[in-house]
Design a protein around this ligand. Structure first.
Ligand code: SF4
Ligand code: SF4
Length: 344
C-alpha cells in the first residue's frame, strides 16, 4: 500500500510557498473561463485545484516545443551537442496526464534512447492531483483506464473534506514530505474517505463510448476503409491543433538555423504534426497520406492500434484535448461511436 500522509487544507498555501523554495513550482492556473495552463506559482492561491485539462499538457516540460540540440561551426568542424533542461516541481498533474508522461517515457527510453529527454525528465518532480469530478463531455479517461492513479508520480494528492490525502511514491517524494514539516500520518478515517471517494468515482466515470477498453484496437483495425474517414476528410482543416495538444504525440522535425556568416548556427528539434501536408511527403514529392481523412485515420491508429502492437498500451489517455480544441468539431468520442454504429 505504501506510505500515506495528510495535509490540512488550511496549510495548502504554506505548502506551496515552502515547495517553491525547494525548486520552481509549476501548477495549473486559470487563464479565463474554463481555460487553464501550467505556469509558475509561488503561492497556493494561484493554483487551480479544480481544473479541466490544461491547453497544453505537461509534455511541454519534458519535450519542449522548440529545443536547441546542437551548435556548429563548419569551418572549425566544431559540432557541440546542447542539452537544455531546468529543475522544476510540476504540481497538480491529473491521472490522464500522468498516463501521457508514462507513454512518452516508454518512447524515449526505448532504443534508441533519447538522452536529452531522459536527463530533462530526471530533473522534474511530479506531484499528481486526483480529479474528484468529471471534467466535461469530452473526457474518456475511464474507458482508457486513466481515471484512477496508476503510478508515474513522486507524490499524489487527493482532496478530501478538510484535508488532502497524499500517497508518497518515491524517495524524492518522501524527502519533500520530511523537509516541509506540515504533514500528519494518515488515519483510519482518512483511508475510509479515500475509499468512499474512489467508489463514488467508479460509478460516475463510465459508459463514455459504445465500446469497452479491450475492444478499441479491434474496432480501429477493422475500420481502415470506413466511410467515417471520408466525412472527417471533408471537415478537417489540417491545422494540427489536435496533435499539438495531445499528451502522447511526440513527432518532431529537426531544423538548422544558419547565421548570416553562412558558417555558424544551431540545430533545433521542433514539434511536428502528422496532420501537416508535408509530413508524409518523400523524395520526388510523393505523399503517403495526401488526403486529410487518411491523415486522421493515421492519427487514430497511432493512438489505438500501432502502440498496442509496439508498446502494449493505448496512446490515448482520454484527456479530451483534441476534441476540445478542434475548430472543425471533430470529436474523438463521436468518431469512436460512429465506427461502432457502422459495424452494427
Ligand atoms: S482534426 Fe481538428 S484539430 Fe485536428 S487537424 Fe483536423 S481540424 Fe485541426
Ligand atoms: S487523442 Fe485526444 S483524448 Fe486521446 S490523449 Fe490525445 S488529445 Fe487526449
Amino acid at each position: 500500500m505504501g506510505k500515506y500522509v495528510t495535509l490540512k487544507k488550511s496549510d495548502f498555501n504554506e505548502f506551496i510557498e515552502k515547495l517553491s523554495k525547494i525548486k520552481p513550482v509549476v501548477a495549473p492556473v486559470a487563464k479565463g473561463k474554463k481555460s487553464f495552463a501550467f505556469a509558475e506559482v509561488t503561492t497556493g492561491e494561484e493554483v487551480a485545484l479544480q481544473y479541466i485539462p490544461t491547453i497544453l499538457p505537461p509534455k511541454k516540460y519534458f519535450m519542449p516545443q522548440k529545443e536547441k540540440i546542437l551548435e556548429f561551426d563548419k569551418k572549425k568542424q566544431d559540432w557541440t551537442p546542447i542539452l537544455e533542461y531546468s529543475e522544476k516541481i510540476i504540481f497538480g498533474v491529473h491521472t490522464c496526464d500522468l498516463a501521457g508522461i508514462q507513454s512518452l517515457n516508454i518512447v524515449f527510453t526505448t532504443k534508441p534512447k533519447d538522452i536529452n529527454y531522459i536527463v530533462r525528465k530526471d530533473k522534474l518532480v511530479i506531484i499528481g492531483l486526483e480529479c474528484n469530478n468529471y471534467c466535461d463531455e469530452h473526457a474518456s479517461c475511464a474507458v482508457m483506464d486513466n481515471h484512477l492513479p496508476n503510478g508515474g508520480y513522486d507524490l499524489f494528492f487527493t482532496e478530501l473534506k478538510n484535508s488532502f490525502m497524499i500517497h508518497v511514491n518515491t524517495q524524492i517524494g518522501d524527502e519533500i514530505i520530511k523537509r516541509i514539516k506540515l504533514f500528519q500520518e494518515a488515519k483510519k478515517q482518512d483511508f475510509q474517505q479515500l475509499d468512499d471517494l474512489r467508489a463514488a468515482k467508479r460509478k460516475i466515470f463510465k459508459d463514455e463510448v459504445k465500446v469497452g477498453h479491450e475492444g478499441l484496437k479491434n474496432l480501429f483495425d477493422k475500420s481502415v476503409k470506413s466511410k467515417v474517414w471520408k466525412d472527417i476528410d471533408s471537415r478537417c482543416v489540417a491545422c494540427g491543433n489536435c496533435t499539438n495538444v495531445c499528451p502522447t504525440c511526440y513527432c518532431f522535425d529537426v531544423k538548422d538555423d544558419i547565421n548570416l556568416d553562412f558558417n555558424t548556427g544551431a540545430r533545433y528539434r521542433v514539434w511536428d504534426s502528422c496532420q501537416n501536408e508535408n509530413f508524409a511527403k518523400v523524395a520526388g514529392g510523393e505523399s503517403f497520406r495526401e488526403d486529410r481523412g487518411s491523415r486522421q485515420l493515421h492519427r487514430f491508429m497511432r493512438k489505438f492500434s500501432y502502440p498496442v502492437e509496439k508498446f502494449s498500451r493505448y496512446f490515448c489517455t482520454g484527456c479530451g484535448r483534441c476534441s476540445r480544441t478542434c475548430m472543425a468539431q471533430i470529436n474523438l468520442k463521436e468518431t469512436i461511436n460512429a465506427l461502432v454504429k457502422e459495424k452494427k
